[in-house]
Ligand binder design. Structure first.
Ligand SMILES: [Zn+2]
Length: 105
């Protein structure tokens, strides 16, 4: 398994299928990989869930809206891209599934 640093994506070959980068390095357990995109509320809740399972996570805002932006009376926050270490990806995906099920209740 290889890893594209730029896209934060695991790859089966040493070439990124996203950005086309070549000669990728082998993935390490502490390389951050993309997990999902969540809204601000879900991000906070999911972060807590990961924390309880001792999985570190990285969140990067996807869009940023000015704090004063209001649509139909509600303040729109930005969505976050959530990344977890490759070594914890399986567990994080399980948690994400659980989280999604809870969310749909
Ligand atoms: Zn890439």
């Amino acid at each position: 398994m290889f890893y594209c640093k730029k896209c934060k994506k695991p790859e089966l070959q040493d070439r990124c299928s996203y950005c086309g980068a070549k000669r990728l390095k082998e993935i390490k357990n502490n390389d951050e990989v993309f997990l999902c995109i969540k809204g601000p509320m879900q991000t906070a809740m999911f972060e807590e869930m990961l924390k309880n399972n001792e999985i570190p996570m990285l969140k990067i805002p996807r869009f940023s809206f000015p704090a004063s932006t209001r649509m139909f009376g509600s303040v729109r926050g930005s969505e976050f891209k959530i990344f977890v270490p490759f070594g914890a990806l399986d567990k994080a995906q399980d948690l994400l599934k659980l989280f999604g099920e809870e969310e749909n209740l």
